[in-house]
Design a protein around this ligand. Structure first.
Ligand code: SAM
Length: 285
């Protein structure tokens, strides 16, 4: 049952450009009783920019448990709270999960106020497929662990999205180049919405080279995007490797006509392309 007293708002804030905040977010931040901020000094800049005078309290990974109790007490006496992080959407690689979980369990309303998020911002302008993607958070710190992750995910469908720090972006690109084929499509989105915003999309070889040849390309905040296995084209004939694998399996059991019919349903790839590939595969036998 929902408790109608206090409300916890999860408010997305900008990831760089201070104007990237919704009117609703500004209204909520101006009218709640308190703003729980990951770093109050950092958020002060945003609040001052928008002339918001609401008191702040610190809520970060080191005081989550203690602060959650205090915030729950505030909700129970009818106060409303806005949770914000240093940048973007709270809880997305930022603190807040424990608070949201406890607040919901206690029966209070949790209201999302959507806005900037580096993952979605990068995806929207990268030129890498967006129909399906998985966000895997920050990449591991060591080269060995990063390569293991890339090897593990290499055959995954959908675009892979990671956060990466400026300290490791060059080494990360070395590791991508060590695991993926030189022609595999990737993108790095740097300093999104900020002055030096740069989005480089191309083959592993091209993007690796772009990062290595310009030290500016190793500064700032990064999102790394790697095209999924299913989008990889099979030798220019328009069929993905996944589509080809499905078609091959079907052809071991069915006629060309049935295999193509089923493959169209399973892969959603064009019938013409599947039919041509099926004929080629059959003639290889
Ligand atoms: N909550 C944030 C969000 O909604 O995107 C993410 C917080 S996470 C602690 C910070 C990481 O997000 C950075 O290290 C970087 O990988 C990515 N990031 C945040 N802002 C970015 C920006 N303006 N450009 C590129 N990446 C950014």
């Amino acid at each position: 049952m929902s408790n109608t007293n206090g409300i916890l708002y999860i408010v997305a804030t900008p990831i760089g450009n201070l104007s990237d905040i919704s009117l609703r977010a500004l209204e909520v931040l101006s009218t709640v009783d308190v703003i729980a901020a990951e770093d109050t000094r950092n958020s002060k800049v945003l609040l001052m920019h928008h002339s918001i005078k609401t008191p702040m309290t610190a809520y970060h990974e080191h005081n989550e448990d203690k602060k959650s109790k205090l915030l729950l007490e505030k909700l129970s006496v009818g106060e409303s709270i806005a949770l914000i992080s240093d940048a973007g959407t709270p809880l997305i690689n930022d603190p807040g999960y424990s608070l949201v979980e406890q607040v919901k369990r206690a029966g209070f309303r949790v209201v999302p106020i959507p806005g900037a998020c580096a993952i979605i911002t990068a995806l929207s302008a990268s030129g890498i497929a967006t129909d399906r993607f998985s966000f895997e958070g920050f990449l591991p710190r060591t080269s060995g662990a990063r390569k293991t992750i890339f090897e593990m995910y290499q055959k995954r469908q959908g675009t892979l999205v990671f956060y990466e720090s400026s300290h490791r972006i060059a080494k990360c690109m070395d590791d991508v180049a060590a695991v993926y084929e030189p022609a595999h499509k990737i993108s790095i989105a740097r300093e999104l919405t900020k002055t030096y915003e740069t989005i480089v999309t191309g083959s592993v070889e091209e993007v690796h080279q772009a990062v290595m040849s310009d030290s500016n390309m190793q500064r700032g905040e990064f999102v790394v995007l790697i095209e999924g296995f299913d989008k990889k084209q099979h030798k220019g004939d328009g069929l993905s490797e996944e589509g080809l694998a499905i078609l091959k399996t079907l052809l071991t059991e069915c006629s060309v006509k049935t295999a193509v019919k089923l493959a169209v349903q399973l892969t959603e790839q064009p019938k013409k392309v599947l039919y041509k590939a099926a004929l080629e595969l059959n003639s290889d036998d």
